[in-house]
Design a protein around this ligand. Sequence first.
Ligand SMILES: Nc1ncnc2c1ncn2[C@@H]1O[C@H](COP(=O)(O)OP(=O)(O)OP(=O)(O)O)[C@@H](O)[C@H]1O
Ligand SMILES: [Mg+2]
Length: 284
Amino acid sequence: MSTTSETTELHRGAPAGTPLLDASDLVAGYLPGVDILNGCSLVVHPGELVGIIGPNGAGKSTLLKALFGLVTVRSGTVTLAGEDITNHRADSLVRRGVGFVPQNNNVFPSLTIEENLQMGMFQAPKRFAERFEFITDLFPTLGDRRRQRAGSLSGGERQMVAMARALMIEPSVLLLDEPSAGLSPVRQDETFIRTRKINKAGVSVVIVEQNARRCLQICDRGYVLDQGRNAYSGPGRELMHDPKVIQLYLGTLATDVEEAAKDHPTPPDAPRAGEPTSGTGPVV
Ligand SMILES: Nc1ncnc2c1ncn2[C@@H]1O[C@H](COP(=O)(O)OP(=O)(O)OP(=O)(O)O)[C@@H](O)[C@H]1O
Ligand SMILES: [Mg+2]
């Protein structure tokens, strides 16, 4: 059992009050006797956007699956608005307002966009029209292209449909597993903007990301997982600038580039690295 000061450190920067989602000391795994999560914890307060980063194989996806009842929790607890939901089945969690978007195979390719969204509402079909209007206000493209088959969409568009489907049930918390994976930089940016938009619309979000720097930029708070344990946590922008986190998990390339720029300042009228050019002249 952790003490209050340990708990505060573990969830550094978290607001006061009862968390919406509270996972405490989770131990979970796939094979008997092999634990993948070795006592990791996370809290999400109402309205928060919380990021989870860490190396490949750290257990990030396993944590989301444990929260969503897809991997058995061997010890530890998960509560939603104070109620124990440890090892509850996914369909019951959906009814309670937990949405989950897995990284892969997250749309029905032979169904249209509209039918995919109907699948998200199978537990409450009468509310489809109302929710469809809300979703298409948020993502107008989906309304315009409602009759297009999901299988004919690009990776980024499919990701949008998958998120929209999870939003149909009006979740209080949405779990996203690597929504930007496999997308071009521009599409990745769109995914982060979309995630922010969903969060601003009042949905608490947990986002697992490989694109750690970008994730920490948009998050209220972040957790760094390593070998199924909490390694670091804190406000997103603090973690982004924490030298230990940079060295171990973010890579030093970006900071090296910044240092080099300080040593060799760019002339005032020249574009800086990463900035788009003005676009007034011909592009050759
Ligand atoms: N279905 C499974 N059966 C057995 N072991 C699994 C299964 N899924 C994942 N694992 C193992 O659990 C560990 C953590 O995997 P997990 O997918 O949670 O990592 P991750 O942090 O999401 O990694 P990545 O960044 O690569 O997505 C890995 O060692 C992996 O081999
Ligand atoms: Mg993963």
